[in-house]
Design a protein around this ligand. Structure first.
Ligand code: ARG
Length: 461
């Protein structure tokens, strides 16, 4: 049997393999809410412009409302022969209300319909993701307040560099996530134009009112070019790009959690809720959630790459290739959402080992820069020379197998006569972080100020 939705000119139905490769209902059924909302807006507009009678419009809206309830209630039977969500819904509507259902598709096509549905879905998803990003930010800010004075090693090249505060480190991610939310909201802004009424590709001869459907669906305006409207997939590409950057940030943080929670570092303890044991090694607490968050960037960036490759070289307007946009996008956005939730849970439950961090922060001559700065400040030695002198001090400490704090005043004077005992007060990690009060620096006072700023920005208080 040929397809009852478009089979007029077909003598036979599709090959089974054709049906399998062609159908999208397996994944696009999750667009049912958006599809029905779009159809209700469309039917209402058709009635308001006199293209449809009010009775037909009412029957369509009532029928669609029932279909929505069936799908939500799990009693709806999806049919692969009907290809996609659009035709599944319309076909059920016809079973319910008869011929009036056939008038719903006046002045539209599945091409503008699917673009509209998907935009609505992505818009809703962005809104949810932004809230999730902000929830994670708030968890980090709260931790940062508690850990404003906790001193840990700061690294460059993963080599001991200068001491920093743990709160400062956590707030670095709050900044990144703030930009991630900004990028998602920016994509949302550009996305928010309604394709509905662009029809197949060229517009329609019916006297439709696209402003009206745009408004009913919460779009800022209708798209200005029908060819663009049915071919545009920038909105999902842009969202996936923003999602990839966010996932990359989460991956970096997850990697740090993996390192920090190792026995060798021992900076933090992740909670039982986000770790697993080993079936052979009884001592194990593996940071699986962090590892999986670290990995999710793979599929999210993969989705972006995959869709960019699908879209490149496609002539205008719609081609069926575009149906490949949804599966990867759904998977990627789901993965980001799950990663954000897992990260929020891990951050809230993470217990830092402050003593361990403090000891580690002092290792590796981490206050050497403070000595050089002291030589510049107190003895007016040019920084380059101060750097050289400090290098000799570090070499001496290394030779004596001690940290900088273990050097005596005689040791310092042996390197440079001008040094006096005041140098000792800059050697501690506490002095080092407290001194870094420059705007954006790691000092505990800065951390508290930045945490307060973020807290009021995030909670609106
Ligand atoms: N299932 C299709 C998609 O996801 C809907 C649009 C179909 N349009 C068409 N001309 N066959 O892209």
């Amino acid at each position: 049997m040929s397809n009852k939705m478009w089979g007029g000119r077909f003598a036979t139905g599709p090959d089974a393999i054709m049906e399998e490769i062609n159908a999208s209902i397996g994944f696009d059924q999750r667009l049912f809410r958006q599809d029905i909302a779009g159809s209700i807006a469309h039917a209402t507009m058709l009635a308001e412009t006199g293209i449809l009678t009010q009775e037909d419009r009412d029957a369509i809206v009532a029928g669609l409302t029932e279909v929505l309830a069936e799908i939500e209630g799990g009693t709806f039977t999806f049919s692969r022969a009907l290809e996609d969500i659009h035709m599944n819904v319309e076909s059920r509507l016809r079973e319910k209300i008869g011929d009036a259902a056939g008038r719903l598709h006046t002045a539209r096509s599945r091409n503008d319909q699917v673009a509209t549905d998907f935009k609505l879905y992505v818009r809703d998803t962005i809104d949810t993701l932004v809230i999730q990003v902000q929830t994670l930010q708030l968890a980090l800010v709260t931790k940062a307040e508690d850990e404003a004075e906790t001193i840990m090693p700061g690294f460059t090249h993963l080599q001991s560099a200068q001491p920093v505060t743990f709160g400062h480190h956590l707030l670095a991610y709050v900044e990144m996530l703030g930009r991630d939310a900004g990028r998602l909201l920016d994509a949302r802004k550009r996305l928010n134009e309604s394709p509905l009424g662009s029809a197949a590709l060229a517009g329609t001869p019916y006297p439709i009112n696209r402003e009206l459907t745009a408004e009913k669906l919460g779009f800022d305006r209708p798209t200005a070019n029908s060819l663009d409207a049915v071919s545009d997939r920038d909105f999902i590409l842009e969202t996936l790009a923003a999602a990839s950057i966010c996932a990359m940030h989460l991956s970096r943080f997850a990697e740090e959690m993996v390192i920090w929670s190792s026995a060798q570092f021992g900076f933090v303890r992740l909670s039982d809720k986000f770790t697993t044991g080993s079936s052979i090694m009884p001592q194990k607490r593996n940071p699986d959630a962090a590892e999986l968050v670290r990995a999710k960037i793979g599929r999210i960036l993969g989705a972006l790459t995959s869709l960019l490759v699908v879209m490149k070289g496609l002539p205008l307007a719609y081609s069926k290739d575009m149906q490949e946009d949804k599966e990867v996008a759904f998977d990627a956005l789901d993965a980001l959402s799950l990663s954000l939730a897992a990260m929020t849970g891990m951050v809230g439950d993470m217990v830092p080992n402050r003593d361990r961090m403090r000891v580690s922060a002092a290792a590796g001559f981490s206050t050497a820069t403070d000595i050089a700065d002291w030589l510049v400040r107190e003895l007016n030695i040019p920084f380059r020379d101060a750097h050289h002198i400090t290098g000799q001090i570090v070499a001496l400490a290394e030779q004596k197998n001690t940290g900088l704090e273990g050097l005596t005043i005689e040791d310092f004077k042996f390197i440079d006569q001008r040094i006096d005992s005041r140098i000792h007060k800059v050697l501690t990690v506490e002095a080092s972080v407290a001194a870094r009060k420059s705007y954006g620096g790691t000092a505990p006072s800065n951390v508290l100020a930045q945490a307060a700023r973020w807290k009021s920005a995030l909670t609106g208080e």
